[in-house]
Each structure stands twice: as structure tokens, then as C-alpha cells.
Design a protein around this ligand. Structure first.
Ligand SMILES: O=P(O)(O)OP(=O)(O)OP(=O)(O)OC[C@H]1O[C@@H](n2cnc3c(O)ncnc32)[C@H](O)[C@@H]1O
Ligand SMILES: [Mg+2]
Length: 220
């Protein structure tokens, strides 16, 4: 028996990373499914002030619409010279949601006068897992109660380059050079990125909670 886990992201490349990390954790008994595999529902606006708030908004809304255990990531790049921006606005920094090229061009322009020793930045990811601990078979009314919510955060420090490098990853990866690396995040192999990335770290921290979810379901 497997537990279906709704991985609630509309970003195809992020979804690939989330699925990859889940798979590499080798959690037996989880079947990740995407938003395209469930009936469409109205997603709530990601208007939280923090990555954690937004990750919970997404995971709660997926759980509420489907009743399935739901995992969501909210992430972004916090640039020191921009006082932590783009932060939660990372996906729409240049105005149009998910336009990676425009976001990168705007960030580069904003940092054009910032010298190398002040180009520090870090990626952050909050991953949230939400499911109901109630057993609807026993108590149908209780399915909105006893919500289990687990959140984990990951950070990946580095600096913003002066021009894009590499073809891998997504978003700001071509402009981000992780600490201690001579390559941009877009020049890393998927395995190298997962090993160090904000998302890899956050999601691996949630692995014990995911194992609890599976065990709980199997013991029903
Ligand atoms: O909300 P969902 O549907 O998951 O997809 P999204 O792309 O809107 O995701 P976020 O709201 O979490 O915004 C995250 C943005 O931060 C940037 N970002 C996050 N993780 C990144 C990574 O690993 N590499 C490069 N850029 C990243 C990128 O611009 C993303 O669009
Ligand atoms: Mg989003």
C-alpha cells in the first residue's frame, strides 16, 4: 500500500527537484502526485510575509481541496545588497510571474555597481507538509481537525555573479555561485545541486515526518 502525496507546485522544474529529492531519500510507501493529477481547485494567493507562511498556505490549500497529504515548497533568493530582496517576491521580481530571464536581467542591473565583496546572497526554501491525523473512516466530521503541519527550512549561501553561467537548474541558478564552488548553480549536476541546495536540505529535514505519515497510514 502507498500513501499518495500531493506535491503542490506549478513550477515544473521545481517539481522535478522535489520529486528527485523525495526519491533519493528512498521513503518506501509514498507515491508523489502533481496538481495535474487531481481535479483543479482554486489556489490561494501566496501573500505571506515569509517563505514559511507561503509554504503553509500552499500545503494547506492542497490538503483542503483534496484531502490528500500535501507537500509544498516556497523559496527564493535573498540578496544582502538588496536588504534580503527579492525574497518572497523572487518568482515575480521583474513583474511577470515565472519570467526567469527578466528576473535575472533586473537583478543584474540592480547590482551593477555593487562590488564583488558585497554580492553575498542566499537561497531559502521552506517545505511544508500538511495532512489530517483524523481517520475519516471513523469520524467523518473530524477531517478538518487534527491537522498535522510540519515545516523545515534550508539555506544555501553564495554570491551573485556578474553574468549568467550554465544551462541547468532554473530561476536565478545561472547567477548564483554557491560558497566554496567555482561554478554557478546552473553548472552543477542535479545531484550536486540537491546535495547542497536550500530545497534539498529543507526536504531532507522533512523525511522523518514523511516516514511517520507512511507508518501511520500502514498501521490503520
Ligand atoms: O509556488 P510554486 O507553484 O511552487 O512555484 P513558483 O515558481 O511560484 O515558486 P515560489 O513561489 O516558491 O517562488 C520561487 C522563486 O524563487 C526562485 N528560486 C527558488 N528556488 C530556486 C532555485 O533552486 N534556483 C533558482 N531560483 C530559485 C525562482 O525564481 C522561483 O520562481
Ligand atoms: Mg509561487
Amino acid at each position: 500500500m502507498t500513501v499518495r502525496l500531493l506535491v503542490a507546485s506549478r513550477n515544473a522544474k521545481k517539481l522535478v527537484e522535489l520529486r528527485r529529492v523525495l526519491e533519493s531519500e528512498g521513503i518506501v510507501g509514498i507515491e508523489p502526485i502533481g496538481l495535474d493529477d487531481v481535479p483543479e481547485f482554486a489556489e490561494e494567493p501566496e501573500d505571506g510575509a515569509t517563505f514559511e507562511e507561503n509554504a503553509l498556505i500552499k500545503a494547506r490549500s492542497g490538503w483542503k481541496a483534496t484531502g490528500l497529504a500535501c507537500l509544498a515548497d516556497d523559496s527564493g533568493l535573498a540578496v544582502d545588497a538588496l536588504n534580503g530582496m527579492p525574497g518572497v517576491l523572487s518568482a515575480r521580481w521583474a513583474g511577470r510571474h515565472g519570467d526567469d530571464e527578466a528576473n535575472n536581467a533586473l537583478l543584474l542591473a540592480q547590482l551593477s555597481d555593487v562590488p564583488d565583496d558585497r554580492r553575498g546572497a542566499a537561497f531559502f526554501s521552506s517545505c511544508a507538509l500538511v495532512y489530517s491525523a483524523a481517520d475519516p473512516a471513523v469520524d467523518p466530521e473530524s477531517s478538518t481537525e487534527n491537522l498535522v503541519e510540519r515545516v523545515a527550512e534550508g539555506r544555501w549561501a553564495g554570491q551573485v555573479l556578474r553574468e549568467p553561467r550554465g544551462e541547468g537548474g532554473f530561476g536565478y541558478d545561472p547567477l548564483f555561485q554557491p560558497e566554496g564552488s567555482g561554478r554557478s548553480a546552473a553548472e552543477l549536476t542535479p545531484e550536486e545541486k540537491d546535495a547542497d541546495s536550500h530545497r534539498g536540505r529543507a526536504l531532507r529535514s522533512l523525511a522523518p515526518a514523511l516516514r511517520v505519515l507512511v507508518e501511520r497510514d500502514l498501521s490503520d
